[in-house]
Design a protein around this ligand. Structure first.
Ligand SMILES: NC(=O)c1ccc[n+]([C@@H]2O[C@H](COP(=O)([O-])OP(=O)(O)OC[C@H]3O[C@@H](n4cnc5c(N)ncnc54)[C@H](O)[C@@H]3O)[C@@H](O)[C@H]2O)c1
Length: 388
């Protein structure tokens, strides 16, 4: 199935979700979008939090719209970071295409509006993890920044410094950092902690990451456990017996660490609990846990999403949306992902929906009044917010 829409107006409204400081275009991406033959309209102030002034966006070739309604009016393609709220979805131009994050946890009311408005919604979560789509992989670009920022956050809360120092007053031992889950965020956390001079070890259920961990100068902790393989290179969901044994084996490493960064996730499932309260209580006074899986339930039993809690002398941080805390860099790379995905969807200045193409078909969540993605469809049918 394929269709075309002529004279594409691409609109970028200001983000309205709490704490979202990123924006879907940058002064660098606008010329790329215009080179595709698109007219780019940005709502005034949309880039301000990311430090892209209206003047800079205008100088790059964008038309500024004074408000959301005029920005979206007549738009064929809307590019955003967060999915719209239900009210915002109701005001999207009927039949337009939308490019944004659209997690399975998106409220059912939002997805229903997208269906009713016959929006064609492309989701960054659904971009296939294939080499051809790497430039469009916003999950990776943002996870990598999250991994970096998690270590910075942990380091800033620690009562110790990370590197070995040989001083006239004697030798300062390096801090011990443990990274649990060595996917995109975990590998960047390892690299950042190593650059800061810590002794780093990492664990993952996918043995394939061992070499990557070692090449970053970290020790890969081998657990004598047979993990369930997942699909598409991802980790599979492990049994409760497996996780209980994993917690037992890794517990001692956690107790000996000054900083633990957890990133373990299984797509579409609640994050596995890898650190129990008992283990946190046995950790060193002053130790810090930064739980990047906070939004999908948390890898630590003490994590409170969006909060920093004290458990005895241990600080447990459950950050939400860490990439938004460094909005300039995150928006720069995200805007490139947006431009690459839009570039894939546009030919000769027209939006071409070629559903025989693996990338277009793979990341199209909603089209022609139907939810195409099974996980999102189930969530809408259930009417409830499922696990992320
Ligand atoms: N080819 C591409 O373009 C491309 C791009 C990005 C990522 N990838 C691949 O996708 C995979 C994962 O990427 P991600 O970072 O989005 O993953 P993710 O966010 O889903 O998971 C993070 C990490 O947690 C690990 N994990 C899950 N359960 C665990 C447990 N019980 N204990 C310890 N660790 C556990 C996973 O194995 C993964 O490494 C990797 O294989 C990565 O190389 C491929």
């Amino acid at each position: 199935m394929s269709g075309t829409i002529a004279r594409v107006k691409l609109a970028v409204p200001r983000e309205t979700a709490a704490g979202e400081l990123r924006v879907a275009v940058s002064p660098d991406s606008i010329p790329r979008l215009r080179a595709l033959g698109l007219e780019v309209t940005v709502e005034r102030g949309a880039g301000v939090a990311a430090r892209f002034s209206d003047a800079a966006l205008e100088a790059a070739g964008a038309t500024l719209a004074p408000d959301r309604a005029s920005c979206l009016g007549g738009a064929h393609l809307v590019c955003a970071v967060q999915p719209p709220s239900a009210d915002e979805a109701e005001r999207l131009p009927e039949g337009a295409a939308l490019v944004s994050f659209l997690p399975v946890s998106t409220p059912a009311a939002v997805v229903r509006q997208l269906v009713l408005r016959r929006i064609t919604a492309f989701s960054f979560e659904l971009v296939p993890r294939i080499s051809r789509a790497q430039s469009m992989d916003a999950l990776s670009s943002q996870a990598s920044i999250g991994g970096y920022k998690a270590v910075c956050l942990g380091a800033a809360r620690m009562p110790k410094i990370l590197p070995l120092q040989m001083t006239a007053a004697g030798t300062i031992a390096p801090a011990r950092v443990l990274v649990m889950g060595a996917g995109v965020a975990g590998l960047q956390a390892i690299a950042t902690a190593r650059r800061l001079g810590a002794v780093v070890e990492a664990t993952d259920v996918r043995p394939a990451v061992r070499e990557e961990v070692q090449s970053l100068g970290a020790h890969f902790v081998e657990l004598e456990l047979e993990a369930q393989a997942g699909e598409g290179g991802y980790a599979g969901e492990q049994s409760e017996e497996f996780l209980a044994r994993q917690r037992e084996l890794i517990g001692q490493r956690v107790e000996q660490s000054d900083l633990v960064v957890t990133t373990a996730a299984v797509p579409g499932r609640r994050a596995p609990v890898l650190i129990t309260r008992d283990v946190v209580e046995r950790m060193r006074d002053g130790a810090v846990i930064v739980d990047l899986a906070a939004d999908s339930g948390g890898n630590c039993a003490c994590t409170v999403p969006g909060e920093e809690v004290q458990v005895g002398g241990v600080t447990v941080i459950g950050p939400r949306n860490l990439p938004a805390t460094v909005p300039t860099t995150s928006s720069q790379v995200l805007a490139r992902n947006v431009a690459a995905l839009v570039g894939h969807l546009v030919r000769n200045g027209e939006l071409v929906l070629d559903f025989d193409d693996a990338i277009t078909a793979g990341c199209c969540a909603v089209h022609a009044g139907e939810v195409r993605n099974p996980a999102l469809r189930e969530a809408v049918q259930a009417g409830a917010v499922p696990s992320p």
